[in-house]
Design a protein around this ligand. Structure first.
Ligand SMILES: Nc1nc2c(c(=O)[nH]1)N[C@H]1C(S)=C(S)[C@@H](COP(=O)(O)O)O[C@H]1N2
Ligand SMILES: [Mo]
Length: 240
């Protein structure tokens, strides 16, 4: 009975997420008399979906994990540019900058991040473009990190800014999910530039575009900051 309930909820949340993703960017609906009404309505629907998905999100439900033999190698690259254009961040001078509702805003070098507890996972990565891969990432659990820096975890959002100008933000419940990590390694070796070096978000409960790479800044706040694809109409919550 309980399991059935859970499956139902999952199905509903997936239907909502999918609805928002397929309805928004793919829809070319145009009403010449009221050009902005359809757009306004779809954005309202997406915002409503965000709230529904946040309500349905179960912080204790884990994303599926896989065995080492199922890892997709080589991984698949994706960004809003070609792989050769990926930003190269110098690991020696790198420091993760912190902002917003955080008590200790001192920036974090890679060595300092590596000195924190590390968690590994073999999980599936799903891109809205229609491909999925299985990979192995490890790094600092974001929930642990947020508590460590004295972040106000009653805030609504955790936002990220990347070396290539990409940006994204997630809800606090998803940020505190046990499988959400600030990944430093892929296949037990430091991340490479195209795949998000030196630090990327790995959040297996959300779609690929909610996994920002080469993160330079992290902020905690109640101010909605959207995201690179989110601002172009992709559903913000985007649970997978
Ligand atoms: N900095 C940055 N992060 C990003 C992107 C990007 O263009 N720049 N693209 C997103 C999208 S759409 C996907 S599917 C994944 C791809 O990650 P991968 O190259 O490790 O497969 O990164 C996400 N994070
Ligand atoms: Mo993606």
């Amino acid at each position: 009975m309980k399991q059935l309930d859970l499956n139902r909820r999952k199905l509903l949340s997936r239907a909502l997420a999918l609805g928002a993703i397929t309805a928004l960017p793919g829809c070319n609906y145009e009403d010449p008399a009221h050009p902005d009404v359809a757009d306004w309505f779809l954005h309202k629907m997406s915002a409503f979906n965000d709230e529904m998905q946040a309500l349905l999100f179960n912080p204790n439900t884990l994303a599926p994990t896989f065995s080492p033999g199922m890892i997709t190698n080589p991984p698949r690259f994706n960004a809003f540019y070609d792989m050769s254009q990926a930003p190269v961040v110098d690991p020696a001078t790198y420091a993760l900058e912190l902002g917003g509702q955080i008590q200790d805003k001192q920036s974090w070098t890679l060595a300092a991040l590596r000195a924190l507890p590390q968690e590994g996972q073999i999980t599936r990565f799903v891109c809205v473009e229609g491909w999925r891969v299985i990979g192995q990432w490890s790094g600092v659990p974001l929930g642990y990190f947020l508590h460590r820096i004295g972040a106000d975890v009653t805030c609504k959002y955790v936002s990220f800014k990347c070396a290539d100008g990409y940006y994204s933000s997630i809800d606090m419940a998803s940020a505190l999910h046990p499988q959400t990590i600030l990944a430093l390694d892929f296949l037990n070796a430091p991340l490479t530039a195209p795949f998000g070096a030196p630090v990327r978000l790995r959040i297996p409960t959300k779609l690929g575009f909610k996994n920002p790479k080469s993160i330079m800044q992290l902020a905690v706040s109640n101010v909605y900051t959207g995201g690179y694809w989110e601002d172009q109409g992709y559903n913000w919550f985007s649970g997978s």
